[in-house]
Design a protein around this ligand. Structure first.
Ligand SMILES: [Zn+2]
Length: 96
């Protein structure tokens, strides 16, 4: 079953109706006024919510807008100081 949309010409309201794919009629009866409504072409609903890929995209977008705050380093991780340069001559430069 697929969801098809119909537009009532008398009051310009969209309503949905379920039919098997490829067997939807061109017209349907408006549930509000009983008038003949034509089927309209609408975008398909292709959501993959619940899949791992969609969750990853959602968490990536959320982390960009709301980054997690880190107050300390990872427990048990070795404390490593990153040298600014590996050139030994830079060790002799005056320090502020
Ligand atoms: Zn109607």
């Amino acid at each position: 079953m697929a969801t098809y949309e119909y537009r009532c010409p008398s009051h310009e309201v969209l309503f949905e109706s379920q039919h098997p794919i490829g067997e939807a009629p061109e017209t349907a009866v408006c549930p509000a006024c009983g008038g003949v409504s034509r089927r309209v072409i609408s975008s398909p609903y292709l959501s993959r919510s619940g899949s791992a890929a969609f969750k990853l995209i959602d968490s990536t977008v959320r982390s960009a807008a709301e980054p997690q705050v880190v107050n300390s380093r990872i427990p048990g991780a070795p404390k490593r100081v990153q040298p600014y340069t590996s050139n030994p001559l830079h060790q002799k430069l005056p320090r502020p």
